[in-house]
Design a protein around this ligand. Structure first.
Ligand code: GAL
Length: 698
């Protein structure tokens, strides 16, 4: 009896052990995809952490906008997706087809197509290699087959994008003899994306298409849609040298008037504070004895003030007494590191910013150095009072700073637009643009392209140049980016620094101002429909190319930008299907082909699609109140376009206080084109004065 019991017990223990082992490996667990909106599916594998990118961002999805998109089917074979929790980590596998291209996975600077790459997504200042260390280590990828995958984890994530070859693969490459077979390859064909998340579970999302742009738009809408900057944010920005004082600043502003350059935002760098690195967040009373007066003076000239900060608080700041209990175990540059995951921290810093800065008219911030550089940042062994692990802090710190900032301005019903160096998924609706210290013009454009896959914004800011040519080429591209900015913090450059190209720089800066109605509509598209304002060619419907396109991009649906870089006198441009026209002359440039252009130094090549409408302001006062409009039309087909407008500065648009003006171009029976624009609806914003038309194509 005793023996039997013992035997039974050991049999059942053995059975349990077998059961437990099987469970721990949980090979091929069935996945229950929950459809949460049209074309959005979610599942939980194992036990996901409570802190993930979306909970930290604290944003909600725009479900009704997603549901209004075209119907999307689950885009993958469900049984080809494999998930497994093993060894305390989550293993994920998604299928890849033969010719499928993969985009996204952080803000890359040298590559657009990610298939064949191995990445560890890790928040960092970009250091010249696309290895996952990124200002925006966003764990989202989108496929040329028109779907997206999002891993909602705030951890460092490893991804093998079409590199791992599984023994059981249906498409396993055949073994070749390297001695004799010229087709032998060191990277044989792989048919999957494999992902390792260092936690015992994770939340996963699949975003359907049908197009690649649809998948990106759903991802963006799922995070609350894109940001809508104030109109002034889309003007021209200038950041002054670190140690400028009030009179130098006013003098600089006068220079803009004298040289007939537009200016809507002036940025003050660290020297506005009494101490920086670490920061006091308090004005330096010698350099800026009357900040409120200065800000008002600037405001009277239509100029908004943006202030630089970094997160690390000086022991000499008045903030520190209250804040210290909510700071980390480690310091950065001897400054305290606030734990932004805590309510107290947000209240203390939020109240300080509001009382001392927002309330005197500061329009926004540049939030620097929240991205990393291992040698000065807190290490991953640091402890934060909330208990949030340092790794999660690192991945989300810049995002949490954006969240507080966004909330502060929203509470005043004022829109802000600012700069940040670190971000992650969840922050799409926060009105911040990424920049950095890496200064390759060509790579800056690749980053601008890549930002469009992952729900972020990037500026190829201009600082200094070794030649007038480089100066002008950089100025031309920054004027076709989310923030047209000269960052003269170190070099004291001014837009007119190279007199030999001053006229051309002024021309493109003024063009930027005139394009604000078009750009603002692109951003409204981002906010309402999730469609990125600046986007990769790979997001153009039907566009295919055998080449990786890293140096041309779209602004909205209608403008194609093909920058030239120093030393180039001509370049190739891949035109998508349909006819494309030269922006400046209206002449036909080509159709679904690769053309070569040699535009000279004065212009950045810009092309407009057939039927493309480009609404432009007649002068550059568009950011404030009423403006006259000139509607440019290119091509020869009937078309329509929706022009967005609202007050340009508050959140009233979220309550319906906006208008879409319907612009239509039709043909008279004898073939001549004519255009009309609808009136603003009754009691809706109406900032458009006189309207004139320019039919650019004869
Ligand atoms: C850098 C930043 C620059 C400038 C500088 C001021 O980290 O990228 O744009 O703000 O700090 O010290």
């Amino acid at each position: 009896m005793k023996y039997t019991n013992c035997l039974l017990l050991s049999i059942s223990l053995a059975a349990m052990a077998i059961f437990i082992t099987v469970d721990a490996k949980s090979q091929n667990s069935p996945i229950h995809w929950q459809k949460i909106a049209n074309g959005v599916w979610k599942t939980e594998v194992g036990k996901p952490e409570k802190n993930n990118l979306l909970t930290i961002a604290g944003v909600g999805p725009k479900i009704s906008a997603i549901n209004k998109m075209s119907i999307a089917k689950f885009p993958l074979e469900e049984n080809e997706i494999k998930v497994e929790v093993y060894d305390g980590k989550t293993y994920l596998r998604f299928p890849l087809n033969q010719n499928e291209k993969i985009f996204g996975l952080g803000l890359n600077f040298k590559t657009v197509e990610q298939r064949g790459r191995i990445l560890r997504l890790h928040e960092d200042h970009y250091d010249g290699i696309d290895n996952g260390r990124s200002h925006a280590p966003i764990p989202f990828y989108v496929s040329s087959k028109g779907y997206g995958i999002f891993i909602n984890s705030a951890r460092y994530i490893d991804i093998w994008v079409g590199t791992g070859v599984r023994a059981e693969s249906k498409n396993a490459p055949k073994a070749r003899d390297r001695n004799t077979d010229p087709k032998w390859s060191a990277s044989p064909y792989s048919d999957n994306v494999e992902i390792l998340v260092p936690t015992e579970g994770v939340e996963l999302y699949v975003f359907g298409g049908p197009s690649t742009l649809d998948a990106v738009s759903r991802f963006n809408l799922y995070q609350g849609g894109g940001s809508l900057p104030p109109k002034w944010g889309l003007g021209f920005w200038h950041r002054t040298p670190t140690l400028f004082n009030d009179s130098l600043l006013l003098n600089e502003v006068d220079g803009f008037t004298k040289h007939q350059f537009p200016l809507t935002v002036i940025g003050l760098e660290p020297g506005w504070q009494s101490k920086a690195y670490p920061c006091t967040y308090e004005w330096d009373s010698k350099r800026f004895p009357d900040p409120k007066g200065l800000i008002n003076q600037l405001k009277d000239k239509g100029i908004y003030t943006n202030l630089w900060i970094n997160p690390y608080i000086s022991p000499e700041s008045n903030l520190i007494k209250a804040l210290q209990p909510y700071t980390a175990s480690h310091t950065v540059w001897s400054g305290y590191v606030p734990d932004y995951s805590m309510k107290q921290t947000n209240t203390i810093i939020g109240n300080h910013l509001k009382k001392n800065l927002l309330d005197i008219g500061v329009s926004g911030f540049k939030m620097d150095e929240n991205d990393g550089f291992d040698f000065w940042l807190w290490p991953d062994v640091a402890k934060f009072p909330s208990g949030m692990p340092a790794e999660i802090m690192r991945q989300t710190y810049g995002m949490m700073m954006q969240k507080l900032n966004t909330k502060l301005y929203r509470a005043e019903n004022k829109r802000t637009y600012g700069l940040v160096r670190g971000t992650n998924a969840g922050a799409t609706s926060f009105p911040f643009v990424i920049y950095n210290d890496y200064y390759s013009h060509r790579d800056f454009i690749t980053a601008l392209i890549n930002s469009s896959f992952i729900g972020t914004l990037w500026t190829p800011e201009v600082r200094s140049s070794g030649s007038a040519e480089d100066w002008l080429r950089r100025m031309q591209t920054v004027c076709f980016s989310p923030i047209a900015m000269l960052n003269a913090w170190a070099d004291g450059t001014k837009p007119w620094t190279f007199p030999e190209v001053e006229k051309e720089v002024a021309e493109v800066a003024n063009l930027r101002m005139q394009l604000i109605p078009y750009l603002y509509t692109c951003f409204a598209d981002y906010a309402f429909y999730g469609r990125p304002p600046f986007r990769a060619m790979n997001l153009v419907d039907g566009f295919t190319s055998n080449n990786e396109i890293k140096d041309q991009y779209m602004v909205g649906d209608n403008l194609l930008i093909a920058p030239l870089f120093t030393g180039e006198t001509s370049r190739k441009v891949s035109l998508p299907a349909g006819k494309w026209y030269d922006f400046y002359t209206g002449k036909l440039a080509g159709e679904a082909e690769i053309i070569t252009v040699a535009p000279g130094l004065a212009h950045i090549p810009v092309f407009v699609r057939n039927g493309g409408i480009v609404p432009m302001a007649v002068n550059n006062k568009v950011a404030e109140g009423k403006f006259d409009l000139v509607i440019r039309y290119y091509g020869n087909k009937e078309t329509s376009y929706q022009l967005y407008d609202d007050d340009g500065k508050t959140f009233d648009y979220e309550k319906g206080v906006f208008s879409w003006r319907n612009i239509v171009v039709k043909k008279y029976p004898q073939g001549k084109l004519f255009g009309t624009i609808s009136n603003a609806e009754k009691n809706k914003p109406d900032n458009i004065g006189n309207v004139t038309w320019e039919f650019k194509t004869n």
